[in-house]
Design a protein around this ligand. Sequence first.
Ligand code: TYM
Length: 333
Amino acid sequence: MKRIFSGMQPTGNLHLGNYLGAVRNWVSLQHDYECFFCIVDMHAITVPQNPTELQRATREVTAAYIASGVDPKRCAIYHQSALGGYHAELSWILGTITPLGWLNRMTQFKEKAGKRREQASLGLFGYPVLMAADILLYHATHVPVGEDQKQHLELARDIAGAFNNQFEEDFFPLPEPQIFGEATRVMSLRDGTSKMSKSDTSDQSRINLTDDADAIAQKIKRAKTDPEMLPEQIEGLEGRHEAANLVGIYAALSDKTTSEVLSEFGGKGFGQFKPALADLAVSVLSPITSEMRRLLADPAEIDLMIADGATRARTVAEPILKRTKELVGFLEV
Ligand code: TYM
């Protein structure tokens, strides 16, 4: 059986990278897989969050999933803390078989902790173990994510393998990452060498899913570029990070390949390309933004949907966690 688990943190400022790198792919995968799409609030609190804002963002991410086309009837959509005990319990068990050396290699921890490593929390260090628990708790076989999560998924596979080895049963499937599309790594609009991110202090660096048409057009107009024309061949984008990023975004939004976009815009300048990109971005994102607003106007309805998703998730998770505990040797009385 093919089963998908993926998630997103409710930390505000959902952006074009989250959409193109993840959610949009989920929409097309939901027809072929049994899907679990989580709003990972337990991951969010590995860095300080404002409690009221966390609740608001949890509903906003739910609305973003649904507005983007993830169908709550087809997929289980729910927040991680609704099954908090299950995720945390499996994470603890997996943590006991995960060597510190593996976690020390995680680049995202290094980036997030920065120079303040000694002040970073145990939760932040264990973030990838909780992620492995998320996936393995449902025996997910596939995990669609953006490029930045690749290392965490390799770790989840290693942890699954280590567990199976130690307890001598082929219990956890080794989850396959699904990283695809033309925008697996959307970069900042201000700096083509750094990732578009929720935590960038400059709002000009990203297109938020809540931005209106004017804001989107302004941000694209001001996006950093170079003085050259667009090339006709992909090789011509080498070393031109900002140009490559904008062309990649155009390709992803229009469902074209980079080559197709260059055959249309090669030889043209950004004066022509940027307005076309802005129009395209607005035409794709505006319906999502307005559907998000409509959904968010009725928070009680959103809460009902995620309560239903949590019930469905629990049905699948319960027997898997039960068997895990048997394998480990916990006494059931
Ligand atoms: P988060 O919230 O940081 O990111 C959510 C998804 O968006 C993708 N993404 C991007 N894709 C392309 N370009 C970008 N600039 C960009 N920024 C973010 C991420 O790759 C991700 O797919 N740790 C996960 C959440 C998580 C999870 C899981 C995912 C928790 N448990 C289990 C899969 C399976 C994360 O990155 O969230």
